[in-house]
Design a protein around this ligand. Sequence first.
Ligand code: CO8
Length: 258
Amino acid sequence: MTEYQYILIERDERVGIVTLNRPKELNALNFQLVNELADALEEFDRDEAIRCIVITGSGEKAFAAGADIKEMSDKSPIDMMLSSFDGWQRIKRVHTPLIAAVGGYALGGGCELAMLCDMIIASENARFGQPEILIGVIPGAGGTQRLARTLGKYRAMEMVLTGAQIPAQELADLGLVNRIVPKGEHLKAALELAKKVAQQAPVAARLAKESVLSAFETPLEDGLEIERKNFFLLFATEDMREGMHAFIDKRQAEFKGR
Ligand code: CO8
């Protein structure tokens, strides 16, 4: 495994765990951290033994308090374009299901990173927000789009225009967070969920993720077509035969990712 400066990498059975590791800076996402995160996620994505990935933050206070303001404050538009967007795009292209385990602040780029994940488990002290407006910018890694698609125009507009921090419970009620767990238990709960996902047939999980995500990017008819084709494609896998025969034989399926 590659050595990283700002993230920690672990494996728990079939689950890869990436910990954002700048606790003194509340895991602020500097350019190098985002690139390391993208590298690590791609490495797990290529590893057939890893079937789900959890991203979390180190320390009790934050998942991530946003992009690193100190690093960005003197940058030009070209600097920003060249140094940061590629990492975010690479994270978006990861096929393996991603779960954000959020304790404390998930602000700005931290909130956007959580939303880039496929599921979000939050500790009861988690707070989400897009405070970029308070420092004279706007979200740049998907915040305006994913919030609007998930919460609707009016709630998204209030978050983006006021920079308010919203408690996780409120966002769970609105569908942005899968579950709230007691303070400090977000990683444990995310790992439990990840292990359930990791038990599934990996090709089916990959196409399930792709199909659900297509709902964000296509009109309904096109999304239904993507789903239908992915469904048919799975009939070419050994795991589909194994899954259905295991059901008929009343035994546990053993999936191989083929
Ligand atoms: N960047 C850099 N340093 C940070 C950041 C940050 N985002 N957040 C916190 N820190 C640092 C603080 O400067 C402080 O460092 P030091 O001890 O050296 O002064 C340390 O972390 C601890 O922070 P605080 O003392 O401020 O802790 P508090 O508990 O008092 O406050 C808050 C916690 C409320 C989270 C506060 O730190 C805060 O408001 N942070 C900034 C939040 C923010 O504005 N985030 C959005 C940043 S912009 C962004 O994310 C754009 C994303 C675009 C992505 C796409 C790029 C291409």
